[in-house]
Design a protein around this ligand. Structure first.
Ligand SMILES: [Zn+2]
Length: 188
């Protein structure tokens, strides 16, 4: 064992063949495993290079966003919902303007013209229809309310750990896990 104990995120994730315990040696740079657990082979090196390249692109994208002063979209479904609200409010504001017009057409040297408010209102209606159509296709309300499968998995793992800690094993643990899974599925 090395003198310095690696932090959890730098520990080798492989399990020792002898006793099945986690290895916990230092993982090689940009890798999840140590030299004894495949860290030195070609596939691991290729994966490490891919992760390194992705980290570079990710950092570049974040710098670009920061320069634009744009906050990254954490949840596209929430962002789409907000956009729909704004588009709809804009459409309603234009509808009021159109209602206030006494004539939707006016005369110019080039003949009759439709007022700009009417054109903008029509465009806003099209845009609102398109955003609302997108939301309807995505089942956005259901998906916003749903707990994702990954979150459910994390919850199940936490329940397993809690059961193990409490000394609950065997049939009792299996049943407890099934009850939790059923409850999670009910909100999915
Ligand atoms: Zn290892």
């Amino acid at each position: 064992m090395p003198a310095s104990h690696p932090p959890p995120e730098r520990q080798c994730t492989a399990h020792r063949s002898g006793d099945g315990e986690r290895c916990k040696n230092w993982a090689l740079k940009n890798m999840r495993v140590c030299r004894y657990h495949g860290g030195a082979n070609g596939r691991s090196k290729a994966a490490a290079e891919r992760r390194r390249a992705e980290a570079v692109v990710d950092a570049q994208a974040r710098r670009t966003l920061a320069a634009l002063g744009a906050a990254p979209v954490e949840n596209p479904l929430v962002a789409l919902s907000q956009l729909a609200g704004e588009v709809n409010a804009f459409k309603d504001a234009l509808a009021e303007r159109v209602n206030e017009l006494s004539n939707i057409r006016y005369s110019t040297d080039h003949g009759e013209q439709v007022r700009a408010e009417v054109t903008l209102y029509e465009r806003a209606m099209d845009r609102a229809a398109s955003v609302l159509g997108t939301i309807a296709r995505l089942n956005i309300d259901e998906r916003l309310a749903a707990i994702s499968e990954r979150q459910a998995d994390a919850v199940i793992r936490a329940i397993d750990a809690a059961l193990a800690h409490a000394g609950v094993t065997g049939q009792l643990a299996t049943e407890a896990r099934q009850v939790a899974a059923r409850k999670l599925r009910a909100v999915t």
